[in-house]
Design a protein around this ligand. Sequence first.
Ligand code: NZQ
Ligand code: ZN
Length: 386
Amino acid sequence: MNNFELYVPTKLVFGEGEIKKLTDLVPKGKKVLMLYGGGSIKKNGVYDQVTEALSSHKVVEFSGIEANPQYQTLLKALEIIKNENIGFLLAVGGGSVIDGTKFLSSAVLYEGDTPWDILANRIRTYEGLPFGTVLTLPATGSEMNSGAVVSRKETQEKLTMGGPGLFPQFSICDPTVIRSLPQRQLANGVADAYTHVMEQYMTYPANAFLQDRISEGILQTLIEVAPKVLTDPNDYVAASNFMWSCTMALNSYIQKGVPTDWSVHMIAHELTAHYGIDHARTLAIILPSAYTKKFDQKKEKLAQYAERVFNIQTGTVEEKAKVAIQKTEEFFHSLGIKTKLSDYTDNYQGFGDTVAENLKAHGMVKLGEHRDITPEVAAEIVEMAY
Ligand code: NZQ
Ligand code: ZN
């Protein structure tokens, strides 16, 4: 196992009916900016629960943070934070609203002229404006990590940021929020969380027995609950196990002491930036070809995953590893998620080269656990996914 430090300061408040605890979790003497998306929270009762819990707080609202939060939209919220002397941010939404809030938490204290530089120049955030979250979509793990992804339509960029100053102070996770999620978002949530585990697990054996077992446990739990969540989001047992799995998939624990990959995400972000394909679906497109391309380096872990997650006990390491990739693709299909770029667009010729250029422009020239996925290799992976 590699040496590691673990720092996860977010207080997680989990369970049905817990949104009311906002009354005590949100600091009183500060003006609060409540941030949310396109309005789903007004239809499903979350907005009412939040405003009721904050009835004795001073609250200003900012709505309209879109899926794949846009820099231009966030700049408008930044103005409000500055003009209204906001002292606390409350994100009520999925990964996009939470990530947008993280960007704002960083940008408001940033001393440079152009907040986009935080993303473009990969400036880590050590101190941010304090914020909390009410999660409405299990998927990203953003409720308990310090990363964020922000998009910029005019330049077709989608970039990551983060740092120890960007953990939510608290996150409220009420599994009943999934009842109003469309099938598409439920499936996305499962596939995103599943891929988060894979990016931290599917590398090479590192003698990290517990991390491996936790990762395999999250994968198995997602496989078990996915059909239940998709057929009946009112099933609280399935919903709560789904939500906790998504948080555990990306809250630091399984990544400690092990090599991590993240190339699937970094390549896939280019597909969202260019075509607007949902984040989770871009992962399902890239993952199978990434593992096929890096088969020799990953085959031992692929075989372990085949044995422990899919109970494949016969065959050589290579045979088991191949089945593992097939089974993963079949799992995405079982969620109703297609795994080829051509399933989403006819306009894919030459896109491998575009990805290579963009990765170069953003300095992402050594991806993967061995730092050997160059832009050229990334282009091949994308071409294999046409
Ligand atoms: O805007 P509203 O009206 O709220 O609708 C949203 C949105 O259209 C809707 N929704 C959310 N909760 C709902 C609901 N609809 C009905 N009932 C509810 N309870 O769902 C749509 C998608 O929401 P979004 O927040 O975009 O989804 P998700 O949570 O999947 O977030 C995706 C974003 O997170 C980034 C992705 O790249 C993408 O930008 N990621 C963030 C990560 C992180 N911070 O750690 C890691 C991930 O790998 C990912 O990259
Ligand atoms: Zn993701």
